[in-house]
Design a protein. Structure first.
Length: 320
C-alpha cells in the first residue's frame, strides 16, 4: 500500500515483521512492584560474566535527555507516529522544525556515570554486547563497543523515496542554510512564554514548538531525488525493528550468562520480547530501573534504584 504522497509504508525488512511486534503507543504498565533480591545478588550475577545489557531511556536521563515516561510509568508526551510522518509534508515539516532545535541540545549531551560504568564492565569482560533502545549514541561516545541500536540512531537520516542515507550533521547544516534566523525567532518566542526549551527535548530529539514557527520552517529535501521525504533513521512508533536485528538480539540473549536491563520500562514489545525470551530459556534477568516495568514478572532480580549510583557501586564491588 502506498501513502497518498507516494511514500512506501516501510522498508522491506520491517514489512515482513508481524504487526504484533510493532511499537505501540497504547501500552499500560503494571502497578508498582517491589524489589526482588538484593544488591549483593546483582554483584553475584554480573560477576559470572557473559552479561548482555538491554538499556532504555532511563539510562540517559542523567545526561539530560528526558524519558517519554515519568517515574510512575505514565506517558508524558505523545511521539509522532510513522503513519503521521510518512503521511503528510506538513507533519514532516513539523517534525523537522522541532527536531532542528531539539537535536542541538540532544547532540550536546554527554555520557553519564551509568554509561561509563557499562563501558568499564565491558572492558573488564563482565559485559558483552549492549542492546540499546536509545538513539542518542551515548554508549558509543563513552567508549563501548558491540552496541546494537534497536531503534536506530539520530546520527543518520534516510530518504523514504529513494533510500539515500545522509549524515544528520550535514542535514542540520543544510537546514541552517535554508532557515536563516530560525533559532533566534525560536529563542524570542520561548523567552516571551518563559519557556525553558532545553527542558522540553524528548528522547527522539523532538521538542514542543509553536505552530507559527513550524509554518515558517523549510523542511529538508533529499539531495538525490529532491523529495521532502527525509526521515531520521530511527524506528518511529508504529514502525517495526528490522527482523535481522531482532533475530541477532534473540540469539545474543539466548546464549547470555544473564540479561541486565538498565533504565527501560520494557513497555514496548521491541525490548520486552528479549526479556521474555531469556526467561523462557532460563537465562537470569536482572532489572535496575527507577520504577515498575512490564518485565517484572519475568525478572530473577529487580532493583528500583537510580542507575548512576547503583552502577558505580556495582563496579566498585566487582573491584574495577
Ligand atoms: Zn531521495
Amino acid at each position: 500500500m502506498q501513502q497518498p504522497n507516494g511514500i512506501p509504508p516501510q522498508s522491506t525488512a520491517a514489512a515482513v515483521t508481524p504487526a504484533t511486534t510493532r511499537l505501540s503507543t497504547s501500552r499500560t504498565l503494571p502497578l508498582q512492584t517491589h524489589d526482588l533480591g538484593t544488591f549483593d545478588d546483582l554483584v553475584g550475577l554480573v560477576s559470572g560474566g557473559g552479561v548482555v545489557v538491554l538499556s532504555g531511556a532511563g539510562l540517559s536521563t542523567e545526561s539530560g535527555i528526558p524519558d517519554y515516561r515519568g517515574p510512575d510509568g505514565t506517558r508524558r508526551v505523545e511521539p509522532m507516529t510513522y503513519g503521521e510522518f510518512a503521511g503528510s509534508s506538513e507533519a514532516r515539516r513539523r517534525y523537522w522544525a522541532r527536531s532542528y532545535i531539539g537535536w542541538q541540545r540532544f547532540n550536546a549531551a554527554a555520557p553519564n556515570e551509568g554509561h561509563r560504568v557499562v563501558t568499564d564492565l565491558q572492558r573488564a569482560g563482565y559485559v558483552g554486547p549492549i542492546i540499546t533502545q536509545n538513539v542518542d549514541g551515548l554508549h558509543q561516545v563513552s567508549g563501548a563497543t558491540d552496541v546494537i541500536e534497536l531503534h536506530g540512531s539520530l546520527d543518520r537520516a534516510v530518504c523514504l523515496t529513494c533510500g539515500e542515507y545522509t549524515s544528520r550533521i550535514g542535514l542540520h547544516e543544510r537546514m541552517t542554510e535554508a532557515n536563516p534566523g530560525f533559532m533566534d525567532r525560536f529563542e524570542e518566542a520561548a523567552h516571551v512564554v518563559g519557556s525553558q526549551w532545553g527542558e522540553q527535548v524528548r528522547p527522539d530529539g523532538d521538542i514542543v514548538l509553536a505552530d507559527a514557527l513550524v509554518e515558517s520552517f523549510h523542511a529538508p529535501r533529499c539531495l538525490v531525488c529532491g523529495h521532502d521525504t527525509v526521515k531520521p533513521d530511527v524506528v518511529f512508533f508504529g514502525e517495526s525493528v528490522p527482523k535481522a536485528v531482532v533475530e541477532q538480539c534473540f540469539s545474543l540473549v539466548e546464549s547470555a550468562g544473564a540479561v541486565l536491563v538498565l533504565g527501560s520500562s520494557l513497555s514496548v514489545m521491541s525490548g520486552y520480547r528479549f526479556v521474555r525470551r531469556a526467561h523462557q530459556r532460563d537465562v537470569p534477568v536482572a532489572i535496575v530501573t527507577r520504577s515498575a516495568t512490564r518485565g517484572d514478572a519475568e525478572a530473577t532480580l529487580r532493583l528500583h534504584a537510580p542507575l548512576g549510583p547503583t552502577l558505580t557501586e556495582l563496579r566498585d564491588a566487582l573491584g574495577h
